[in-house]
Write a protein of this length. Structure first.
Length: 205
């Protein structure tokens, strides 16, 4: 397992503004990646180019700013990290495609759409749902007008750890994954699709 250093980086131009880059971190521990996002956001200026980080994490439960420990039912050997994103508790693990978005929201307007699976929102419940089961978690932190943290999409990860928590604070909330919906793409392809969708939003006039 590595510290959050890029295994590959692609650069893009956004009109006449700063460039942004897509960094593929690979499998990296959650906490140093979070700390690296904080440091990036704290150091950036109005001239800093935006970044998208693609990652997977070893098993970890994360508690957002609204998270309550009673929603972590039986973590077992999986660590629990209290973090500064929005939202409640969720699970990250291998087989989950994560895109962290370090964006200057003062420069950008963003919207994202999905692949062959029709997702939906649910009032008062952050994330993306298919047939009532949660397939993607969305949690952001906005500081100094800029975002970090991001989107975690279940591709083919083990869903069992979700039974050890109340996902997003909702007891019994079901989780699903692309593999159970007939999508057999590798996680690297899913990550790239997510990054491409965000890239199109960033470079659209």
């Amino acid at each position: 397992m590595r510290d959050p250093q890029p295994s590959s980086t692609a650069h893009h131009d956004i009109g006449a503004g700063p460039r942004f880059s897509v960094r593929n971190l690979g499998l990296v521990a959650y906490e140093p990646t979070w700390r690296a996002m904080q440091a990036f956001n704290a150091a950036r200026t109005s001239e800093t180019a935006d970044q998208l980080w693609l990652a997977e994490h070893p098993p970890v439960f994360t508690l957002g700013l609204a998270g309550r420990r009673e929603h972590v039912l039986a973590p077992g050997g999986i660590p629990v990290v209290a973090t500064d994103r929005g939202g409640q508790v969720t699970y990250h693990g291998p087989g989950q495609a994560i895109v962290y978005v370090m964006l200057d929201l003062r420069r950008l307007g963003i919207g994202v759409k999905a692949r062959g699976v029709r997702g939906e929102r649910r009032d008062g419940m952050p994330g993306v749902y298919v047939g009532g089961a949660k397939i993607a978690a969305v949690g952001l932190r906005i500081a100094r007008g800029c975002s970090y943290h991001g989107v975690a999409l279940n591709v083919d990860l083990d869903l069992e750890p979700f039974s050890r928590i109340d996902p997003c604070g909702y007891p019994g909330l079901a989780s699903t994954r692309l593999a159970d919906l007939g999508v057999r793409d590798k996680i690297s392809a899913v990550q790239q699709d997510l990054a491409d969708a965000l890239t199109r939003c960033l470079i659209s006039p």
